[in-house]
Design a protein around this ligand. Structure first.
Ligand code: ATP
Ligand code: MG
Length: 254
């Protein structure tokens, strides 16, 4: 059954002479976890930035729920239901956990500033409470984000990305720099979030995490799509073995 929430068609971007992403096409199905993997410099973050509108493509289209969002601003993407969490943390460290969530939940309020209706403001406040509970951050609600552990910060970041109730969540290396225990916890969290209401597109370096978690895997190599399919099929693909797992072994032995 094909129910694509996201379609990427012939997407590409050049940085000077370098084709960081070249002619990449794939679909992410509704309710599924789709992952993009590839070695360092494969173009994963660039692809992520193209999809989320952070950088403009030099070719191709991004279709979200049938809507052409190619190169749209992050605000417009968020309005359409596509949210992203960054590889580099995007929290306000000098604000509390609650304040970070409150700012993110403001998208749920139609009017902003002093004159927004109180009822709308209550909707956002209720959303903040919901997220604190869902992400196990209630006891840390008044702590400054800068004082959270690395694992808690990543959790808060995912929570802020979900504040506006998006239908698709883009995550770039959510477990980067995490301890083994935090990685496991994040893996379980991502699994628990995915469902009919929320599809997930994950960009990730950690092959084991991706293979455990994903319904569909897209492999990038030197800016291009090398293969795609269910995790097991992708893992057994000879070209993927050579380009990705082969390089992995060499790197480990270097
Ligand atoms: N803004 C930029 N200007 C110039 N070159 C860039 C820019 N961003 C990325 N690149 C280059 O594009 C290529 C792809 O980089 P990208 O960050 O997309 O890879 P990646 O797969 O996310 O790598 P990593 O696993 O290290 O996160 C690399 O050669 C990188 O140096
Ligand atoms: Mg990257």
């Amino acid at each position: 059954m094909n129910d694509a929430i996201l379609k990427v068609e012939g997407l590409g971007v050049r940085f000077g002479a370098l084709a960081a992403v070249h002619d990449v096409s794939f679909e992410a199905q509704r309710g599924q976890i789709t992952s993009v993997i590839g070695p360092n410099g494969a173009g994963k973050s660039s692809l992520f930035n193209l999809i989320s509108g952070a950088i403009q493509p030099s070719a191709g289209r991004v279709l979200f729920q049938g809507l052409d969002l190619t190169g749209a601003s992050p605000q417009r993407m968020l309005g359409a239901g596509l949210a992203r969490s960054f590889q580099i943390t995007n929290l306000f460290f000098e604000l509390s956990v609650r304040e970070n969530l409150r700012l993110a939940a403001q998208v749920l309020e139609a009017g902003r500033g002093l004159f927004r209706p109180v009822s709308r403001s209550r909707v956002a406040a209720a959303r903040v409470q919901e997220l604190l509970a869902q992400f196990g951050l209630e006891s840390r609600a008044d702590a400054l984000a800068g004082y959270l552990s690395h694992g808690e910060q990543r959790r808060l970041e995912i929570a802020t990305a979900l504040a506006s109730r998006p239908q698709l969540l883009l995550l770039d290396e959510p477990t980067q720099g995490m301890s083994h225990a935090d990685t496991r916890e994040t893996e379980n969290l991502i699994r628990s979030l995915a469902g009919e209401q929320l599809s997930i597109l994950l960009v990730e370096h950690d092959v084991d995490l991706v293979m455990d978690l994903s319904d569909h895997v897209v492999v990038m190599h030197q800016g291009q799509k090398l293969a795609e399919g269910p995790p097991r099929q992708v893992r057994e693909n000879a070209a993927v073995q050579a380009a990705y797992f082969g390089e992995h072994r060499e790197a480990a032995h270097a």
